[in-house]
Design a protein around this ligand. Sequence first.
Ligand code: NAP
Length: 251
Amino acid sequence: MVISKKVVLITGGGRGIGAATASLLAKENYIVAINYKEDEVSVKKLLSSIRLKGGCAEAFKADISDESQVEELFSSVIFKYGPITHLVNNVGVLARQQRVENMTSDRINYILQHNVTPYFICAREAVKHFKRHDDMSNCAIVNVSSAASRLGGANEYVDYAASKGAIDTFTIGLSLELAEYGVRVNCVRPGCIYTDIHRDGGEAERVSRLAPQLPLRRGGTALEVANAIAWLLSDEASYVTGSFIDLAGGK
Ligand code: NAP
């Protein structure tokens, strides 16, 4: 099959960084499959905004931590749009700020089951799709990690930081495995970005609190991260694989 269209699946694309990426890629003429878990209101708003601007997008509900739902998600996308060409592994969750000495195994496993295992499973399913194309060299994956993988998340989320460290390593290993097909695998590492994830971590205003301490003296926007994701997916980054872009205001 010769690739004539670009079909991207974004996990956790209903809000935040995933939603900004969906809007941007739709503007760049990708067909956008947006996965979300439960927030129908946000995803519907996003779909109408994309469609109003002439973009092509559809929402696909699936809990990314459930392997059978991931398999169904990929089947639904292929049924609607044909095999995907690009994947943005974006879902990430936080638990409430806590020191390691108080963490339970339930909490740690919850983080790993959302932030690590699904990245592997989604990449596995994406590669099956990529292999349906004669030329896979237009296919690419971007993993969304975090600056926390470098910084450690002390006193807040060492579990989350460690899960993102796993994604950094995963990016390097997967990029080497897929290089022979010409498939590129890269990673973005956002720092403090204004999204709802911080509310889930127990401090909705966390970015505003930390912003003055950052070298650039401000938090980042979801669009600033989306710009880097879009570039890494694009042909302009055709010789970039196994690489990282830090979007952390200089930290
Ligand atoms: P967000 O605003 O909290 O959005 C999370 C998205 O993920 C939502 O669309 C949510 O779906 C979806 N989601 C959550 N659990 C899911 C599941 N089990 N299955 C499917 N979808 C699920 O998050 P964000 O800040 O944009 O974060 C995106 C990525 O950036 C994450 O990997 C995060 O770790 C990383 N990151 C963020 C920051 C930051 O400061 N914001 C910094 C570093 C890294 P619903 O809408 O249906 O709930």
